[in-house]
Design a protein around this ligand. Structure first.
Ligand SMILES: [Mg+2]
Length: 213
């Protein structure tokens, strides 16, 4: 068994307070059906002009949301905890790097440089729920996927982690409409609980290691 050596965060609604991105508004503006994911819908539009227009609309919504984003409860403290424990940190998002940079300006302490890797939709062929981004992050963080804890507030985050072989934490909020199925390894209501999970996980692994010796 592995101890947790890295944490990979979803960004919007996980490190930031949920609710700043208006997914329903985006879907309405680009005429994307409610049950179809936005990125995949745009990729599937038949003409270059339609795709270009839809990307522009999406980016306008994302820019606005990033400017209005705030740190999620416990996010800054958790990043500090991970740094103190020398646990590596990554972000995996279906958003763009520009949005992450803008949103992080509203954080008091956490900076872009606090993350060892930031993987956006521009870095992968297939975004979450595909495991490609999780596996890429694990390689860049130089840890096996089984030693990387995937933390996210949407079922795609959990599915991507599970398909990559990573342990997963589902962050529930008042906006959660559907829990992941199969369920995440852990379900939390605040990011502060993630520090406890890591401590428990790593303590029991250390004990097992010692017992084995
Ligand atoms: Mg999210």
């Amino acid at each position: 068994m592995n101890s947790i050596r890295a944490v990979l965060f979803d960004f919007d609604g996980t490190l930031t307070l949920p609710g700043s991105i208006d997914f329903a508004g985006i879907k309405k503006a680009i005429r994307c059906p409610g049950d179809v994911p936005i990125l995949e819908f745009i990729e599937g539009l038949p003409s270059v002009a339609d795709r270009r227009q839809a990307w522009l609309v999406l980016e306008q919504f994302e820019d606005h949301a990033a400017r209005c984003s705030h740190p999620n409860e416990g996010a800054e403290e958790l990043v500090r905890f991970l740094k103190q424990r020398h646990i590596r940190r990554g972000i995996l998002t279906r958003n763009r790097r520009a949005s992450v940079e803008t949103a992080l300006k509203n954080f008091a302490h956490v900076r872009l440089a606090d993350f060892n890797v930031i993987i956006t939709r521009d870095h992968v062929q297939r975004p979450k729920p595909d495991p490609e981004g999780v596996l890429l992050a694990a390689r860049r963080l130089r840890v096996p996927a089984a030693a990387l804890l995937m933390v996210g507030d949407y079922r795609y985050d959990i599915e991507a982690g599970q398909r990559a072989g990573a342990p997963t934490v589902f962050l529930e909020s008042h906006l959660t409409t559907r829990r992941p199925d199969p369920p995440a390894d852990f379900v939390v209501g605040t990011l502060g609980e993630v520090a406890d999970i890591i401590d428990r996980f790593n303590r029991s692994r250390n004990k097992a290691h010692k017992d084995h010796k």
